[in-house]
Design a protein around this ligand. Structure first.
Ligand SMILES: [Zn+2]
Length: 362
């Protein structure tokens, strides 16, 4: 399986600390205590610990200690997880957590998988806004950064504009609107919507010319996001512009919970793809159902498997293991429906490997 969307994780063994694996990122004086209290009541938390305990051959209560033992030989431990999960290559967004962009070789050595990088444009836009750059400077640095990443062999772009000013990107925003929005006020992440929209359109033009796909965060995420601004249907006007039609677009996370909307866009718009990731960590009970909702409508030639693994190597392993199990259920259902083994095998090959290989030119 090519893991088509994931993030950096701990390069040192540390402990099985799941405190960073949470959708609840709301800051408050008692936030840690609150998260600590709720964590054991999440299904994903119970499943991750019990499955890891099984893997390590211990009772659930002993999983932290057994993991500490096993992770003493960290490279062997991590390779074991990735091998068991069937992950052979990783497409990584190194922007979060920050500081990992130049550590690719370490991730490759640790996982035994080639790692291919994405460039997240919003991090750069945030930095430019923060330092009060003028419009010409913004354009120069933005274009230069895109060009630099292409030359360095990055395989795609990524945007989290859903986490900023939302997916309702104005398809007609002009350079004049963009420049006028620069001296904005208010929280940085919510500032300068016209500029953010304008630069995203510019990135799509670049991506189309460079042959790089653009991953769009869609659907759920941590508490920083407004889910109402992350519905992929908000992209419909942008996807009708020349640049929105020319560039390959991937709606990530299956746009959870908007699976059918994402599947529709992948079915109806020639350049739109959809990946399934993140919900196979945080919503682990109905993955097969969600995958079926995607592939009953979207062509399997445009659906991609991914984990959104982050923080700990076990998140990659957990998501991938559950995904393989879910896909077995999906295969069974397709068989019952009469899809035929040959078609199902070709779909499996496409979703888990060939689509990513073609789209990212791996
Ligand atoms: Zn992600």
């Amino acid at each position: 399986m090519i893991d088509e969307h994931a993030h950096p994780f701990a390069l040192e063994p540390g402990s099985l600390d799941l405190s960073h694996v949470s959708l609840d990122q709301v800051d408050a004086p008692n936030a840690e205590e609150r998260r600590e209290r709720m964590r054991p009541t999440f299904l994903w938390h119970a499943l991750l610990r019990s499955r890891l305990a099984d893997r390590l051959g211990v009772q659930v209560d002993d999983v932290e200690a057994a993991r500490a033992d096993a992770a003493r030989e960290y490279p062997a431990y991590v390779r074991g997880l990735f091998a068991e999960a069937g992950i052979s290559e990783i497409v990584m967004d190194p922007a979060w957590p920050p500081g990992s962009e130049h550590r690719v070789a370490e991730y490759e050595a640790l996982t035994g998988c080639p790692v291919h990088l994405l460039f997240r444009i919003d991090t750069l836009v945030d930095q430019l806004l923060e330092r009060g750059a003028g419009f010409d400077e913004v354009l120069q640095e933005f274009d230069g950064s895109l060009e630099e990443r292409r030359a360095a062999g990055y395989v795609g772009l990524k945007t989290i504009i859903a986490y900023r000013t939302g997916l309702a990107v104005d398809p007609g925003v002009s350079d004049h609107d963009a420049a006028a929005s620069l001296p904005g006020e208010g929280p940085l992440k919510r500032r300068a919507k016209p500029l953010r929209d304008f630069l995203l359109r510019r990135a799509l033009v670049f991506a189309a010319e460079a042959g790089l796909p653009v991953q769009f965060h869609t659907g759920f995420g941590d508490s920083d996001i407004r889910l109402s601004e992350a519905n992929p249907l908000l992209l419909e006007e942008l996807l009708r512009t020349p640049e929105g039609t020319a560039a390959d677009v991937v709606l990530i996370h299956g746009s959870f919970p908007h699976h059918e909307e994402a599947a529709y866009l992948a079915a109806a718009r020639p350049n739109v793809h959809v990946d399934f990731s993140l919900f196979n960590i945080f919503a682990p009970a109905r993955i097969a159902d969600r995958l079926l909702r995607l592939i009953e409508l979207a062509p399997t030639g445009k659906v991609l498997a991914a984990t959104d693994g982050f923080a700990l190597p076990e998140t990659y392993w957990f998501a991938a293991m559950l995904t393989h199990e879910a896909w077995s259920d999906v295969r069974r259902r397709l068989q019952e429906l009469g899809a035929g083994s040959e078609w199902i095998d070709a779909a499996t090959e496409a979703v888990f490997e060939q689509n990513a290989r073609r789209l990212y030119r791996l």
